[in-house]
Design a binder for this molecule. Structure first.
Ligand code: DX5
Length: 230
């Protein structure tokens, strides 16, 4: 599958979120990721469903919501039905009954993502591969943008790729954290096919240049071409 570039809105101008969503859409992003943080599970606080719903009105891109919140079950339906998020990504440690929550998300006709922090094992997805649509391998510890990519996660990315191939299901393998021109090739070569980029994307001269460059680097890495340090 062609690599997908999914900007995180975490570095966006919070005074002009709709404008930045439209600019990312024009620049060719595949989806947008909203990093929802509750100030408890992670020491940061970001978007409620109403904020995302407002941007839903001005942007056609598919939205995915990465929920970094304790016991988020009571809020998830609002992110789907009011904010129009098509993919709901949760950390299994935050859910009282993960399998039940994943079933509930599917009942809302949304897709299920499971986010695995660096110390969270792939065992959390072994018994739900029939339910899920995405595995998100965190290549930083959740909570903030601008952190350094953890190369040590690349073997985990590869193990996840092997699990997906063994399942025979069409499951996205997404990576999130420190993804930029110097790191995307390693993540792609390890087996990832969906790439979240926040601060590195905002450092390019334009969103379009950044999205094109990152996508090309991921393509070249999986075609066995680019030197990841180039
Ligand atoms: C961490 C966040 C970040 C964000 C991307 O909880 O999930 O990983 O999306 O941030 P960058 O690309 O700046 O590392």
């Amino acid at each position: 599958m062609d690599p997908k570039i999914v900007p995180s809105t975490l570095p966006a101008d919070f005074a002009n979120l709709g404008r930045d969503c439209q600019a990312l859409e024009r620049a060719g992003a595949d989806r947008l990721q909203w990093d929802v943080m509750d100030g408890t599970y992670v020491p940061n606080l970001t978007f409620g469903p109403d904020v995302i719903a407002a941007c839903r009105q001005v942007c056609e891109l598919p939205f995915e919501v990465h929920v970094m919140a304790d016991r988020p079950e009571d809020l998830l339906e609002r992110y789907v039905k009011e904010a129009g998020c098509e993919v709901v990504i949760c950390h299994p440690e935050t859910l009282a009954m993960p399998h039940r929550t994943y079933q509930q998300i599917k009942d809302w006709d949304a897709k299920v993502g499971v986010a695995l922090s660096p110390a969270t094992p792939l065992a959390h997805v072994e018994d739900v591969m029939d339910l899920i649509d995405m595995i998100l391998i965190m290549t930083v510890n959740p909570g903030f943008g601008g952190q350094s990519y953890l190369t040590s996660m690349e073997p985990k990315i590869t193990r996840a790729r092997l699990m997906i191939e063994a399942s025979g299901r069409d499951i996205d393998l997404e990576v999130d954290g420190g993804i930029g021109p110097d790191t995307i090739a390693g993540a792609a070569a390890a087996g990832a096919d969906v790439f979240i980029s926040g601060s590195a994307l905002w450092r390019y001269p334009s969103f379009a240049e950044g999205i094109d460059d990152l996508r090309e680097r991921a393509r070249a890495a999986t075609a066995g071409g680019v030197d990841s340090a180039s």
